[in-house]
Design a protein around this ligand. Structure first.
Ligand SMILES: Cc1ncc(COP(=O)(O)O)c(C=O)c1O
Ligand SMILES: N[C@@H](CCCC[NH3+])C(=O)O
Length: 428
């Protein structure tokens, strides 16, 4: 699929609605999702597994974009949810999500979060460490309950991605270390503790990954760990991390390529270890919502630094998209009214925050841009809204869903008044 769609007039279309119309109707900066693309991405996991003789579950990793409306779309497509905080659990409850179909990850779950998970009947808690395991055992036993869990382990695999989003290598804050024997000990311990039903093993090797080799190695490592522990898992959860296209530099693999590689890897490893093939669980986040999301901005002031570059400022920036500043992430930018017009300008798209590093895209080729024009940044659907901040007291943008030519607000725009509503006077 092309990275974007246009209508007969050559205008950028999102979910069947012209992007300039969305900008006019709802204001900018604005997050817009093409909901059909979210649905297609969820279905791509189902279709990829359909050809495999294996039981599976695909949980949407909510951290990529956690809102009530998104969880309702996930439910309508039959996806499960992976949650990482009390806030995400509360969002799932508000969305009316079947909590049995959710899992709960995180390296430092608080007592309140564990109790909320138990209160809400959350399906599977993915336990990260002994401190959590012992408290969960106690909390569940105290209420006469038994909680299904997986154990999160760190398999010692370095995926080729940005250092900040690598998680599977041994030097990581997440999970029980496999190499030093922590994971082996945890499997034995979890099987003994009251209030705990150990259903399997979980790992996540990183994010924005474009190779199957890491997943194959991960699958083999998890099966080997189970075999060494003389433990037959019901579930092996390989996490998420499937890479997407931000610019032409990124070459994402089709979902089927990943599934076609990791399924036989698990089957063969299980056959060699004389184990029954467990269910495979995955937790894709970025690949479900990333390409479906656009951020619309209005062009404002411009500064030409002769012989160096031209800064074109927009009415948003690092507050709504921290990824360029945090990971040196690259994005494509389009002139929404005529994305395919001849590109005669080279512009650096600068945010409005008080940071020199608040640059959304450097030296991008664009048609002539004038103040008031709508600019669209592509593939901002994952980790844009969910990592947004209030830096400089810029309110967070609204989120709009567009599908089949219709659009509606699913998160209302924050106002300046919202920002001060939480402030209290201090009687100095
Ligand atoms: C445990 C876990 N599962 C799933 C994900 C989702 O990853 P991605 O959005 O790259 O698919 C993450 C984030 O990297 C994660 O930490
Ligand atoms: N937030 C990161 C990915 C880390 C995901 C969580 N483990 C990103 O924007 O790429």
């Amino acid at each position: 699929m092309s990275a974007y769609q246009t209508n007969d007039q050559g205008e950028l279309m999102i979910g069947g609605v012209p992007a300039t119309q969305l900008a006019q109707q709802y204001g900018t900066p604005l997050y817009v999702y093409d909901v059909s693309r979210i649905r297609e991405a969820i279905q791509s996991y189902k279709q990829a597994f359909a050809t495999q003789a294996i039981n599976y579950s695909a949980s949407y990793a909510a951290k990529a974009f956690a809102t009530v409306a998104m969880f309702q779309v996930a439910a309508s497509e039959g996806a499960h949810l992976d949650l990482v905080s009390g806030g995400e659990i509360t969002t799932a409850l508000k969305a009316g999500f079947n909590m049995q179909h959710t899992s709960f990850n995180g390296n430092n779950k608080t007592d309140e979060e564990l109790q909320l998970a138990l209160d809400s009947g959350l399906g599977t808690i993915i336990v990260d460490n002994d401190y959590e395991l012992e408290r969960l055992s106690r909390f569940a036993s105290d209420r006469g309950a038994t909680q299904d869990i997986l154990l999160r382990v760190t398999p010692g695999i370095s995926a080729h991605t940005h250092a900040y989003i690598m998680t599977g290598q041994a030097d990581s804050k997440f999970g029980y270390d496999v190499a030093s024997g922590q994971a082996l000990a945890a499997i034995a311990k979890a099987q003994q503790l009251p209030g705990i039903n150990l259903r399997g093993i979980h790992a996540h090797i990183g994010s924005q990954i474009f190779e199957v080799a890491g997943y194959v190695a991960e699958a083999q490592k998890l099966v080997a760990l189970a075999a060494e522990a003389h433990y037959q898992p019901e579930i092996i959860d390989l996490g998420g991390g499937f890479g997407i296209r931000y610019t032409d530099d990124d070459k994402p693999l089709p979902t089927t390529t990943f599934i076609d590689a990791l399924t036989p890897a698990i089957q063969e490893a299980c056959a060699a270890a004389n184990m029954t093939v467990p269910d495979i669980w995955l937790e894709p986040g970025r690949s479900i919502v990333g390409p479906a999301g656009y951020t619309l901005y209005t062009a404002g002031s411009r500064k030409v630094v002769p012989g160096i570059r031209t800064y074109q400022s927009i009415d948003g920036g690092m507050g709504d998209n921290i990824r360029p500043a945090l990971y040196q992430a690259k994005y494509d930018v389009l002139l929404a009214s005529q994305p395919d017009a001849p590109k005669s300008e080279t512009l650096t798209i600068a945010g409005k925050n008080c940071e020199s590093g608040d640059i959304i895209a450097k030296d991008v080729a664009l048609p002539p841009v004038h103040p008031g024009d709508t600019l669209a940044v592509l593939a901002t659907g994952a980790y844009g809204y969910s990592m947004a901040s209030l830096y400089n007291r810029n309110p967070r943008p609204a989120v709009v869903f567009a599908e089949n030519g219709k659009s509606s607000v699913v998160v209302r725009r924050e106002t300046w008044q919202d920002l001060v509503d939480h402030d209290l006077d201090y009687d100095a």
